[in-house]
Each structure stands twice: as structure tokens, then as C-alpha cells.
Design a protein around this ligand. Structure first.
Ligand code: UTP
Length: 445
């Protein structure tokens, strides 16, 4: 693209100001800016503008009903585990990690997956994910290909972290990195923001950017080639997640579901988690900000919260469903943020939010699933995210929860753990309490 083509393109979508500093730019800056302009789709800008016009509109969730949530016990649990184990043995399960976020609340300088969460080893979050995948694939004698979504900002550092750690024992052939897309930021009046005279402010397009990125990168085609049927989706910040848990995979398969969600009981009526609701024959994720006071506090006949369960973003997707959804446009969500912007040719870091970032959310494809399934689990067993630098959902709370889980396994195997003893278990040594029991017997007999 040259200057004339760029100015024609920008004029057609009311963004001519992006070339305002052209004369001051070096040759390198000019070609970088032209590259950015060439990558922008006018249709995307139109959709962003349209989304701005809807800012403040809250979707009506008043007619939403609580979904039917399965609690697997006894024979039903054994049946689901057997079905999931069959899928794992046949190599039909993949793990899909979204790790492209900016982790701004944690304030860690690097990809969040490199954050040293191991209570003793200081091993990174990626270590616990990769070692669980390795342990699960050893247990079932078939690889679980691992697809890792990064962003332009953290891709190189993420790949370097895996390389420096020998892929944590995984075969690099079974690890597939791919990068999510970026959207330009906009002012309230729909003008794309420059954060330097020759640079457009861009930010990652949200975890929903996953679908387009899976397709663009060839990851979806790779899954198909490998015969993958079920895709276990999880977030980078939760080292307690039971990746490719056979009961969940099995429940998904037995229910012939296209999109299955693990849900946990909310800790309080106002907990900030999304909540799937049923609207007629389909489901939609309702964000906590959309729920009325009445909905938050409504009780069922049993005295329990009617909207009892929230989603910690642990999903299983049918690969064919992801393929069907990958080419469809997704809704855009707005976040009003402080974005560095040019004022009279100088970059200013604003004290107050001044512009919008646009994101897509993966759960927006839930209404398109022909069948969906919901499975309850205990939060303390599987969910303790590292979101904030301190306080709730911080490295401290997460490490304490990791320790409690491991101590529980050790105690189940008959060991006594002093309260102040540090504990850390490599997932390849033990993936659950049953492994501790068998390895423990070997050690102590
Ligand atoms: P969060 O919503 O917690 O965002 O992401 P974040 O970027 O990690 O952290 P904050 O909000 O800036 O503090 C939930 C999951 O979605 C991924 C994150 O990496 C995390 O695993 N994510 C989020 C992406 O992969 N891409 C995005 O654009 C946003």
C-alpha cells in the first residue's frame, strides 16, 4: 500500500487524521504506518463505530432461567469418566489455552503464563498446565495436542519460556502457538487513536479472538488432521484447573453437547462471574453487570440461590462446532480505558479513560450451540485464579489453594502434613490423590 491508496482508504471511512503527521515520519515509520493501515478492515471499523453507538445499552436478561446443571455422582460419574477416558485413549482430545491477555491487574512484566506461581519451585503457570497435559497423555497413552493462543505483545516471550524449559517435557511437535488479532482503539466519536505520530494504538481482540485466530493460523485444520473431537478450553491464570478431566470430557460426549461449561456455586450473590441463562431453547452468558438485584438474590424452593452457578471459563467444545463458528462475526464488547494518545503532536498518558478498546468474548458463541451441557464442580478443587497483585485472587491466595489441594491428596493417602510444611507436587509425579496412593505405597512399603 502507498500513501495515495492509504489516504483513499482512510477518507472512505472518516479516518484521514491517521496521516496527519506523515511529513514528520521517517521512512521506516511511514512504512510501518502504511502496514497498519493496510491491515485495518473498513468493515471492522464500521462495526466498532456501530458498537460505540450501543454503549451503555444493557441486554435484557429478565426472562432468563437458570440452566439445568448436572452434579455427577455414583454410576453417572463412573459412566462419564469411562466415556472421557475412551476419548483420551483414542487421542481425540486437545487442550486449548488462551494466554494472550495483558494481565494488567497483576502488573507482572511478561506473559502471565511465565509468572512464578510454584510455592517451592517458583515454576511458572505454564509449567503446571504443560505438566498436567503431559501426565494425562502418559496416563492414557495418547498425545493431547496443546494449542496456546498468545498476542503480538507476548508471543515471543511465551515461546521463549517454553523453549528455555524444554517445553516442560512435552514433545514440541504437540505444542502449537498461534497469535490472536488486534483491534484499533477509538475515541468516543469514532476516531481511531494514534499513540505516536506514526503508530495506531492497537489492543488484543479478547479471548473471543480465538476463533478467527484458530482458523487463520491453521490450528483448526491441524486439530482436524489429528482426529481431534473435543477441545478442552482453559485460562492461563488458574493452575488448579483439571485439564482434559475425563468426567467433563465424558459428560460432554454423552450429552452430545457442542459447548459444555463447568460451573461452580457462587461464593456470594454478587460475585463477579458470568452466569449462563436459558432463554427459550438456547443459552446465553449473562455478565454479572447485567444482573438485577432481584436476580442476584432470588431463591429457589430449596432456599438456595436460584442463579446459583457462575462460570470460571472452563469449557469443552466440539471441534466441529468451533469450525462452524470460526468464520462468523462475533459481537464486540467495549471497555472505556486510559489510552496513550497524541495531543498537539505529543503523546499524553491520560489520567482518566479517554478511549475504547474492543474485545470479543468466547462465550458469545454459546447461543449458537445446538446442544449445551453444564456440569457443577467444587470451586476449591479446580479454580483459584491469579488475577490481582494482592488481596483476593492473588498469587498468595492461589498458592494457599494449591497447597490445600495437594495436602488433601497426601492426607487421603494416609500421610500427616504439618501445618507449616511447604508442599508442591509436580503433576507428572501425581495428577490426583490416586497417584499419590500408588506412588506412596511404592515409597513406603
Ligand atoms: P482476563 O479477562 O483475566 O484478562 O483474561 P487479562 O488480560 O489476563 O488480565 P487483566 O484483565 O488485564 O488484568 C482471562 C483469560 O483470557 C485470556 C487471558 O490471557 C486469560 O487467560 N485473554 C484475555 C486472551 O487470551 N486474550 C485477550 O485479548 C484477553
Amino acid at each position: 500500500m502507498n500513501y495515495i491508496e492509504a489516504s483513499g482508504k482512510l477518507a472512505s471511512c472518516g479516518q484521514e487524521h491517521l496521516l496527519a503527521y506523515w511529513k514528520e515520519l521517517s521512512k521506516k515509520e511511514r512504512s510501518a504506518l502504511l502496514e497498519q493501515i493496510a491491515a485495518i478492515e473498513p468493515e471492522d471499523l464500521r462495526r466498532c463505530g456501530e458498537a460505540l453507538g450501543r454503549d451503555g445499552n444493557v441486554p435484557d436478561s429478565s426472562k432468563g432461567k437458570a440452566p439445568k446443571v448436572a452434579r455427577l455422582r455414583g454410576t453417572a460419574l463412573l459412566k462419564a469418566i469411562a466415556a472421557g477416558e475412551k476419548e483420551l485413549r483414542k487421542g481425540r482430545v486437545a487442550a486449548l489455552l488462551v494466554a494472550g491477555g495483558q494481565g494488567s491487574r497483576l502488573g507482572y512484566d511478561g506473559p502471565k503464563g511465565c509468572y512464578p506461581v510454584g510455592p517451592i519451585s517458583g515454576a511458572p503457570l505454564f509449567y503446571f498446565h504443560a505438566r498436567k497435559i503431559l501426565a494425562r497423555s502418559i496416563r492414557y497413552g495418547a498425545p493431547i495436542p496443546f494449542y496456546v493462543m498468545t498476542s503480538e505483545a507476548n508471543n515471543a516471550a511465551t515461546v521463549a519460556c517454553f523453549e528455555e524449559n524444554d517445553y516442560f517435557g512435552l514433545d514440541p511437535e504437540n505444542v502449537f502457538f498461534f497469535t490472536q488479532g488486534m483491534w484499533p482503539g477509538m475515541t468516543k466519536d469514532g476516531k481511531v487513536i494514534l499513540d505516536a505520530p506514526g503508530h495506531i494504538f492497537m489492543s488484543p481482540d479478547g479471548h473471543g479472538g480465538l476463533l478467527a485466530a484458530l482458523k487463520r493460523s491453521g490450528a483448526l485444520a491441524d486439530m482436524k488432521k489429528r482426529g481431534i473431537k473435543s477441545v478442552f478450553f482453559f485460562q492461563v491464570d488458574n493452575p488448579l484447573v483439571e485439564i482434559a478431566d475425563p468426567a467433563f470430557i465424558g459428560h460432554h460426549v454423552l450429552e452430545k453437547s457442542e459447548y459444555s461449561l463447568k460451573l461452580c456455586a457462587k461464593r456470594d450473590p454478587y460475585e463477579k462471574v458470568g452466569m449462563p441463562m436459558r432463554f427459550g431453547s438456547s443459552y446465553r452468558m449473562v455478565e454479572y453487570t447485567e444482573m438485577t438485584d432481584e436476580q442476584c438474590n432470588r431463591r429457589g424452593k430449596d432456599g438456595e440461590l436460584y442463579f446459583k452457578y457462575g462460570s470460571p471459563a472452563i469449557h469443552v467444545f466440539d471441534r466441529a462446532f468451533l469450525e462452524r463458528e470460526a468464520s462468523k462475526p462475533m459481537p464486540l464488547h467495549l471497555a472505556f480505558k486510559k489510552i496513550p494518545a497524541l495531543e498537539n503532536g505529543k503523546v499524553v498518558k491520560p489520567a482518566e479513560p479517554n478511549g475504547y478498546k474492543f474485545e470479543k468474548f468466547i462465550f458469545d458463541i454459546l447461543p449458537n450451540a445446538k446442544r449445551a451441557a453444564f456440569l457443577a464442580f467444587e470451586q476449591k478443587d479446580e479454580f483459584s485464579p491469579v488475577k490481582n497483585a494482592e488481596g483476593s485472587d492473588s498469587p498468595d491466595t492461589c498458592r494457599a489453594d494449591m497447597r490445600s489441594k495437594w495436602v488433601g491428596w497426601l492426607e487421603e493417602a494416609g500421610m500427616k502434613v504439618p501445618p507449616d510444611m511447604p508442599v508442591e507436587i509436580d503433576p507428572v509425579y501425581a495428577l490426583d490423590a490416586s497417584d499419590i496412593k500408588s506412588v506412596g505405597l511404592m515409597l513406603f512399603n
